[in-house]
Design a protein around this ligand. Structure first.
Ligand code: SF4
Ligand code: FES
Length: 327
């Protein structure tokens, strides 16, 4: 099926959503996604950040769809034409979505462990507006203790349902979900009942905001001062392929490896995540690939090397002679 997104045409199999088609083209047209998670089934449709404008429904029906659609839940039709970043209407509508997502979200980035890798922070920066029009008190919650490994800050939750879907699909019993509806909706306190499961730590990685964070890493270091490397070990529960976040020789945190969309490549077990905190527990494979635009790539030696190679190539092209080779 042929679909055109922001003027770029691509052929995709039947059943592909607009979001998936956009990701096949690449980052320049792919809408942001706060609830869709390609590694989990039935995600998407909750946050509305991925809205796009369908200017032509299909080859048979050239009419536009009269309102923005959630691209993660809308399948492409042959001949469909879509606008994302090229539509001012979408950009304005998305700004409104971000404003709604931030209505109850505390602006506590300076003390939040997710800062630097928070999808809402990126979304607010790239698609939000500078001011809020909200004048009411933000929601507050009683602190819920879900154990010594994972910290829940309910006031940061954007109700994306990813942790619910993860527990449903990865652990053997799902006992938490979203209770109440609308303004009163919240992740149920029963989340504490899944925390003993071997794969429960993955809720930290799929949570796009700082609602679920790693207690063993909490307040230890800003993430951009750490050095991420890919490492592995033989594990009988998971693939053992992880990302270590180092400060010198110290392993401050272990997470799953993330792909270019910020999604987990392989879910990892709690033993790898929480119990293997010595460098000698791991075989280091090399520096992790981090998006150049991420604050985490600051001082990342992989990029420093890249920059050095680029600078040397430019110097060579311009006929510069390195200091050590000068007569
Ligand atoms: S706790 Fe995180 S992953 Fe779970 S619904 Fe809230 S924002 Fe989503
Ligand atoms: S990513 Fe599509 S609605 Fe959330």
């Amino acid at each position: 099926m042929k679909v055109t997104i922001d003027g770029i045409e691509i052929d995709v199999p039947k059943g592909t959503t607009i979001l998936q088609a956009a990701r096949m083209i690449g980052k320049k047209v792919a809408p942001p996604a706060m609830c869709y998670y390609s590694k989990l089934k039935t995600t998407g449709g909750y946050c509305r950040t991925c809205i796009v404008k369908v200017t032509k429904a299909s080859a048979q029906n050239p009419n536009p769809i009269p309102k923005p659609v959630a691209s993660c839940r809308t399948e492409v039709a042959d001949g469909m034409e879509v606008q994302n970043f090229t539509s001012q209407e979408v950009i304005e509508a998305r700004k409104g979505v971000v404003e709604f997502l931030l209505i109850n979200h505390p602006l506590d980035c300076p003390i939040c462990d997710q800062a630097g890798e928070c999808k809402l922070q990126d979304l607010g920066y790239e698609h939000g507006s500078a001011k809020t029009r909200y004048e009411f008190k933000r929601r507050e919650y009683e602190m819920i203790d879900i154990g010594d490994k994972i910290k829940l800050h309910m006031n940061r939750c954007i109700l994306c349902y990813r942790c619910v879907k993860l527990c449903d699909q990865l652990t053997d019993k799902r006992v938490h979900g979203v209770i109440h509806r609308g303004d009163a909706a919240e992740i149920s306190t029963y989340i504490k009942n899944v925390i003993d499961n071997d794969f429960s730590g993955n809720v930290i990685d799929v949570c796009p905001v700082g609602a679920l964070t790693d207690r063993t890493f909490r307040f230890k270091q800003r993430v951009w001062f750490t050095k991420p490397v890919d490492a592995k070990r033989n594990c009988d529960k998971c693939s053992g392929k992880v990302r270590l976040w180092l400060k010198g020789e110290e392993v401050l945190r272990v997470t799953a490896r993330m792909d270019e969309w910020g999604e987990v490549e392989d879910f990892i077990c709690n033993a790898c995540r929480f119990e293997k905190k010595r460098k000698s527990d791991w075989t280091i494979e090399g520096p992790s690939k981090i998006d150049r635009h991420s604050v985490i790539s600051q001082n990342h030696y992989e990029h420093l090397n890249e920059l050095k190679v680029k600078a040397m190539k430019q110097q060579k092209a311009l006929g510069f002679m390195p200091f050590d080779k000068r007569p």
